[in-house]
Design a protein around this ligand. Structure first.
Ligand code: FEO
Ligand code: CA
Ligand code: CA
Length: 637
């Protein structure tokens, strides 16, 4: 056990009581909630980044969201749709964002974090951020906080992550739209038709479902009141610099943080486009070639993107920090993926004036490149990109350069039986007890090889794995999973660097939880084209339809290529994975154990769904665990 919700990360901060009474003002120096994507950065003897270091490193992790029932004395206080206890909201602001903590392996081989390390840092909802890249300074992002449109505060719903070749961390803003409130009955009339089209496409408001932060009453002063007001998008002032009508445009980005510079200002890299960003996986790095990041937009029927830098990689920039980010990540091309039925595909550029992305596009009158980047989903709609079954993590196999994308699941409403395609081919019922689960409730993993390297604009793809119960029919359990490796709803996916070819797969599942909790699997994937074309039969009531797809080699055919590695506690998601530079320690996040506990049960510990990790009658906590081998060897092989 390494790092639990509320653990102190600065000298003088008391141990977490975990009963809802800890001082709200200390939460900017405690572990956040809902640990998610993370990266371990080795620290060399000179205190700088050393990718190969094994015993000392900065663990940088996302805190995606909250389990509110366990954060306050008796759950969240909401009266008539209004947050009436400002201190609760302040606590929630701090519990989101990112942690940077120094971790060390002791002489006894045990890992701990250093509570008083000068590297330790919390980035949270109030942390100042720079807007960087083409959107910086444009009218779309001018707010009362930043009339020049150059900055914003904070980051939320940081799901998966990414890295750079210069030792910085990328944190990705996923369901940010759910934090903003808006009142359509009055606000619609004050907006342009374009603004309303964008708000609708991104699902912003009308009522924030994450926390009603914009309704909070009882601020200590006008400065604090402003930190609540900024979550309310209603047009109330004379111009955009008098209110927060544009605040949503400052969220939905990939954000770069330099963990080795604790006072540096994080930068939102707008050239990578705005969506429900899951992660941003760096492609193969080669001197003299562009840098590439692959990104999923995690919502049903959304797309897979990649960003390609205009500059070619110069290894001299490996110590460049955020200035290297300015060079490679603020200037490049954004593409979206199209998967053809025959196993080929294309990357279509999302650039103003190209591929129909113009002022006369049917869905939206694009004005400039900033407009395209802020509304990447609308631009991707124009070019007919392939709608996927919720793109979660992207991962690149260092042995092959091939890219893997988890497609966690979808339902019948989002993809009816007549809307399947070769890359999203399944429609079936996976009953959970008496409850029908119809659509693609178990998800799958698509993979592709870009032609001519990661910067190429065509690709070849297949489906690496289909999630399923091992007991399901061959039309559902297409990958032939067994009771030892069947899984549902793939989400986290990451390739080891210490052991090239080894992949880690994590689940965020609600469909198969009548049999098992969420889990971590170890895998040794082959490559695109190692399987065969297949025709499956989808069934909906009395209707059946055939669908062609392309299936990778079944893991069972090669014996040990997919193995369940650990199963988490009740109510959790397994997400976030990292390794020490020598691969002898693996860090795994257990997110929201016991999250199905009802608000009404907060006083009765016997009704908590889980007491993990502290046991007894404790409230459950998200936490990071460290896995090592008894013999000190590489983990997972
Ligand atoms: Fe936050 Fe897409 O899982
Ligand atoms: Ca996720
Ligand atoms: Ca998920």
């Amino acid at each position: 056990m390494l790092y639990r919700l509320g653990d102190p990360i600065a000298a003088g901060v008391a141990a977490y009581k975990n009963d809802g009474t800890d001082d709200p003002a200390t939460y900017d120096r405690r572990a956040g909630d809902h640990h998610d994507g993370m990266t371990w950065f080795g620290v060399g003897t000179n205190g700088a980044w050393d990718a190969k270091a094994g015993n000392r490193g900065l663990l940088v992790m996302n805190h995606e969201s909250l389990t509110p029932v366990f954060l306050h004395p008796a759950g969240r206080t909401v009266v008539g749709g209004v947050r009436t206890v400002a201190s609760e909201v302040r606590r929630e602001f701090f519990l989101h964002g990112v942690s940077v903590i120094e971790t060390n392996k002791g002489a006894d081989g045990k890992w701990t974090y250093k509570q008083d390390s000068t590297f330790n840092r919390r980035v949270h909802t109030l942390t100042p951020m720079e807007l960087s890249g083409p959107v910086r300074g444009t009218d779309y992002v001018k707010t009362r906080y930043s009339p020049a449109g150059t900055g914003t505060r904070g980051t939320v719903n940081n799901c998966a992550n990414g890295t750079t070749p210069w030792g910085t961390y990328l944190t990705c803003e996923e369901n940010w739209y759910g934090y903003f409130s808006r009142t359509p009955a009055t606000d619609d009339a004050r907006r342009t038709a374009k603004e309303l089209a964008a708000i609708k496409r991104y699902g912003v408001g009308p009522q924030a479902f994450y926390g009603l932060w914009g309704t909070t009453q009882g601020a200590a002063d006008s400065t604090e009141q402003d930190t609540f007001d900024r979550w309310n998008l209603d047009v109330t002032g004379a111009t955009a610099v008098n209110d927060y009508r544009n605040a949503h445009n400052t969220y939905g980005w990939v954000v770069e943080i330099d963990p080795f510079s604790p006072t540096s200002t994080p930068r939102k890299r707008t050239a990578l486009g705005r969506c429900g960003h899951e992660g941003a996986c760096l492609g193969t790095v080669e001197a003299g070639k562009p840098l590439v990041w692959y990104m999923g937009d995690d919502a049903r029927n959304e797309y897979i993107y990649k960003f390609v830098s205009n500059r070619n990689w110069d290894p001299a920039d490996a110590t460049g920090g955020l200035a290297a980010g300015d060079k490679y990540m603020d200037d490049g091309k954004l593409y979206v993926a199209k998967f053809n039925a025959d196993g080929t595909g294309e990357w279509v550029e999302l650039a103003f004036g190209k591929n129909g992305i113009t002022a006369s596009a049917a869905n939206y009158a694009f004005a400039d490149q900033a407009d395209v980047l802020i509304h990447a989903r609308l631009a991707a709609d124009v070019v007919g990109a392939t709608k996927m079954d919720r793109p979660e993590w992207t991962a690149v196999n260092p042995k092959t350069g091939e890219v893997y994308v988890t497609l966690t699941n979808t339902n019948a409403a989002s993809r009816p039986i007549d809307k399947t395609d070769a890359a999203n081919p399944r429609f079936y019922n996976d009953p959970k007890g008496a409850t029908a689960q119809i659509g693609n409730p178990n998800g799958h993993i698509v993979r592709f090889a870009d032609s001519g390297g990661n910067a190429g604009t065509t690709l070849a793809w297949d489906v690496y794995l289909f999630g399923a119960r091992s007991t399901a029919s061959a039309n559902i359990n297409i990958s032939g999973l067994s009771a030892d490796n069947d899984f549902s709803s793939p989400d986290g996916l990451w390739f080891s660097h210490a052991t090239p070819g080894l992949a880690w797969l994590e689940t965020d599942d609600g469909a198969y939880t009548d049999v098992t909790n969420c889990m971590l699997l170890a895998a040794v994937p082959g490559k695109v084209g190692d399987g065969a074309k297949q025709t499956i039969t989808n069934v909906s009531g009395a209707t059946s339809r055939t669908q062609d797809t392309i299936v990778g080699a079944k893991p069972g055919e090669k014996d040990t290529q997919l193995q369940r590695f650990l199963v988490g506690p009740k109510g959790c998601e397994i997400t976030g994975i990292a390794e020490s530079g020598d691969g002898r320690a693996v860090f795994v996040n257990i997110q929201h154990p016991g999250e199905d506990t009802k608000d009404a049960d907060i006083g009765d510990a016997t009704k908590y769904q889980s007491h993990w990790p502290d046991g007894g009658t404790s409230r459950p906590r998200s936490a990071t665990v460290v896995i090592t081998r008894n013999d000190g060897g590489l983990v997972g092989v």
